[in-house]
Structures are given as structure tokens and as C-alpha cells.
Design a protein around this ligand. Structure first.
Ligand code: URA
Length: 435
């Protein structure tokens, strides 16, 4: 088999066999196929697409390019949740403890912030001492004992995706549906859970800007997951404004702790309840979504979910006192209120720009090596649909550097649109793909 022939085949819009796809993924991972040939292939995929069978083959070849976590030593159906990336998304910190406190094992693999989006691992590291670098044995032991553990993506997991993602990033071949779907699903399949709930975000702060594109991505990933014998659901959610009110690591952790104390903003509550319900349904813990929602609400009312968060933080080396006394978290030195520049209604929030505002403050990484400032970020007081008058506070910026604060203020102001007609916000959950 020759890479040249496979590039030619894809260029002419023909489908590749499973054997051919495995040849190119394995060859590239071993360094036998050079970047320039793989780049040409990826670009051909961008123009010609991949069919269902090819997308599944690509996913499996990437998943099997490294270690496949064997979670069979964990008792019961294990559930995982994955978001395609958003702003203000702290759902894992809330639904992980909720689901685990109902005895469904949550064996989760999370990532760090990427571009304008935040990551669960950075948020968890806000707890002094917390570590996601635990061994596979410890991971399994923790899930068996207390039903919840979160690890980071190791270099051994789906290395083909890691290499291909870096190449796609610099060859303008990221935004192809089959490539995105196989990239995400290869990591999820390698991470070993039986139930996968995907939060596919649509809107200005998401990878997929339109509902239609998000739905296609959800359908493709659900097919891949079910094709690989994992119970998979795709929840499509709105990302035309940040989720909840807080954006930035410690600020989001505090909002998550508030949610576990019964003070979740409506959209955040809806996100957590919906995603967690499908985790329970997939794991066979409930027969219907309504039953799941009732059980989940009770985990908050009874304090069981908050207790589980404290137990989980402690089990991974973190200081659990912060769960009960969030005022212990350090605070940024500079606080600045961003005010409405006109009377009217907030009609749009450029959410990617809002994510970048947090990044500019130091809340995200400019380069792979950057240290992030866990204390900075934004807390909104108003979101889409709110009526405002000139001078009303829309958001509060938390910063540690005057220059960064000034740049962030301009950026945030430009990200907000105030219109003259009343706006009805869309529901947070836009749809669910089950099959
Ligand atoms: N997230 C991933 O892991 N891969 C993609 O291709 C896009 C988003």
C-alpha cells in the first residue's frame, strides 16, 4: 500500500477501506508517513468528506493508536460526559458529584483550556493540592470506592489524534466534521467509559457556530459511539452567551459550589440536569428522564452532591475546606465594573470574544507553556434579554494587571450588543440526539 495512492483516491472522492485508513493512521503515528503527505490527505478530506464507515474506521484507528484504558475492574456501567468546548462551562464540577452520589460510577477524562474555551482540569487545580496526574490503578480504585475520579489526557492516550490535531491546526483542516468527530470520539473511546454523553455546543462561543452544524456533528458522534458499543447521547446546547454568570477558573469553581448549594443560574441548572439525566439513563440507573431529574435535584437538596465534591477533592490531594468555605480562595486585586453604554436590551454577546477577554486577563494560556492566573475572569450581572440603562453594571472584571484590565475592558465592551427591541432568550438546551 502507498500513501500516494490513498491521497489520489480521496482526491477523486472515493471511499477508503478500513485497512487503508489504518495504514495511514499507523504509518503517520510511527513517523513513516511524512507531514506533507498527511496534510495533502487531510485537505482532500476537507473537500471530499468521509462517509460513515470511513469516519468510524478513522476513529477506531486513532483510539487504538495508543493505550486503551481498561476499566473492566470498575463495577457497574461507567459514565463520562464531554463538551465540545465553551465559555463558562463548569458543568463537570457539578454533575460529576451529582451522578456519583447516586452510585453511578463517573470515570472521567478531562482537558485543559483550549483557545478561548476553559478546561475542567485548570478549574479543579484551583483547589490547593489537587492533582489529575493519578495512576490508572488509583483512578480505578477511587471510582470503585467513591464513584468519581477525573484524570487528564495522558500522552499514551490516542497519540495519533494528538499528532493529527497539531497538524490540522496549522494546515487549515480543523473544521471538517468527520475529522472533529473522530478526534473527539477517539479519545472518548480510548478512555473506556460505557456511557458517553456529549454536550455539543452551538453559537458564537462554540466550535460549531450554527445549530445545523452542531446537530450534524452530534449525529455523527452518536453514530460512532453506538457503532463502538457505547451508549452515546448528543445534547445540543446554546453557546451564544456564557453558561452561568462566571467566566474564569476560581470564579467558576465558586459558581459551581454555589450550584451544589442550590443556587445554580437557570441555564447552568438546565445544562447539568439534562446532561446528568442522560448519564443516569444510559447507565440504567433510571428508566425515564423525569425520574432522573427528580433524583438529581434531591442530591442537591440533601447536600449529598456537595459532600461528594468534598470527598472527591480530598481523594485527589486537594484541600476540601475550600468546598465548604469558598471565601478561602484567593481573589484578584483589581475589580472593574463594565457598564452599559446605551439604554436598551442586551441582544447579543460575542461569546468567543468573552472567552478571549478572560484569556487576555491571564485566565487562559497564550502559549502551551503559559502559567494561568486562576483568580482572574468575569462575573456577569446581566445576560441576553436583560433591559439596561446607561451606566448599569453588566459585568465585573477581576484582574491583577492594569494594562490587561484596560485591554479586557475594551474587548468586553465590543463583545456586547445593546439593541432597542426586547429580546427573548432561547432555551439553553436546543435538542438531543439519541440514535
Ligand atoms: N476538540 C477535539 O478534541 N478535537 C477536535 O477536532 C475539535 C475539538
Amino acid at each position: 500500500m502507498r500513501m500516494y495512492d490513498l491521497i489520489m483516491k480521496k482526491k477523486h472522492g472515493q471511499s477508503l477501506t478500513d485497512e487503508e485508513i489504518r495504514f495511514l493512521v499507523n504509518g503517520y503515528t510511527k513517523g513513516e508517513i511524512p507531514d506533507y503527505q498527511m496534510s495533502a490527505f487531510l485537505m482532500a478530506v476537507c473537500f471530499q468528506g468521509m462517509d460513515e464507515a470511513e469516519t468510524l474506521s478513522l476513529t477506531m484507528a486513532m483510539a487504538e493508536s495508543g493505550e486503551m484504558l481498561d476499566l473492566s475492574a470498575i463495577h457497574g456501567m461507567k459514565a463520562d460526559k464531554h463538551s465540545t468546548g465553551g465559555v463558562g462551562d463548569k458543568t463537570s464540577l457539578i454533575l460529576g458529584p451529582m451522578v456519583a452520589s447516586l452510585d453511578v460510577p463517573v470515570a472521567k477524562m478531562s482537558g485543559r483550556g483550549l483557545g478561548h474555551t476553559g478546561g475542567t482540569i485548570d478549574k479543579l487545580e484551583s483547589f490547593p493540592g489537587f492533582s489529575v496526574a493519578i495512576s490508572n490503578e488509583k483512578f480505578i480504585e477511587n471510582v470503585n470506592r467513591m464513584k468519581l475520579a477525573i484524570i487528564g489526557q495522558t500522552a499514551e492516550l490516542a497519540p495519533a489524534d494528538k499528532m493529527l490535531y497539531a497538524l490540522r491546526d496549522v494546515t487549515a483542516t480543523v473544521d471538517q466534521l468527520s475529522l472533529i468527530a473522530s478526534s473527539i470520539m477517539s479519545k472518548k473511546l480510548a478512555a473506556g467509559s460505557d456511557v458517553i454523553v456529549l454536550d455539543v455546543k452551538a453559537g458564537s462561543g462554540a466550535f460549531m457556530k450554527t445549530y445545523e452544524d452542531a446537530r450534524k456533528l452530534a449525529e455523527t458522534m452518536v453514530k460512532i459511539g453506538n457503532g463502538a458499543s457505547r451508549k452515546t447521547y448528543g445534547v445540543i446546547s446554546d453557546m451564544n452567551q456564557p453558561l452561568g454568570f462566571a467566566v474564569g477558573n476560581i470564579l467558576e469553581v465558586k459558581e459551581a459550589i454555589g450550584a451544589l448549594n442550590g443556587r445554580a443560574p437557570e441555564d447552568l441548572n438546565d445544562a447539568c440536569m439534562t446532561l446528568a439525566s442522560y448519564m443516569l439513563l444510559g447507565a440504567g440507573r433510571v428508566k425515564e428522564i423525569a425520574e432522573a431529574r427528580e433524583l438529581l435535584a434531591e442530591t442537591v437538596r440533601s447536600g449529598a452532591a456537595l459532600l461528594k465534591l468534598a470527598e472527591f477533592v480530598e481523594a485527589q490531594g486537594g484541600d476540601k475546606r475550600y468546598v465548604y468555605e469558598p471565601d478561602r480562595f484567593p481573589k484578584a486585586n483589581l475589580i472593574y465594573e463594565v457598564k452599559a453604554q446605551a439604554d436598551g436590551y442586551i441582544s447579543a454577546m460575542n461569546t468567543e470574544e468573552i472567552g478571549l477577554t478572560s484569556l487576555v486577563l491571564g485566565g487562559g494560556r497564550e502559549t502551551k507553556e503559559s502559567e494561568i492566573d486562576l483568580t482572574v475572569g468575569i462575573v456577569f450581572e446581566k445576560k441576553i434579554g436583560a433591559k439596561v440603562r446607561v451606566g448599569d453594571t453588566i459585568a465585573v472584571l477581576h484582574a491583577n494587571d492594569k494594562e490587561k484590565l484596560s485591554a479586557a475592558t475594551k474587548r468586553l465592551q465590543n463583545a456586547l450588543t445593546i439593541g432597542q427591541t426586547p429580546v427573548t432568550p432561547v432555551p439553553h438546551i436546543l435538542g438531543v440526539v439519541e440514535q
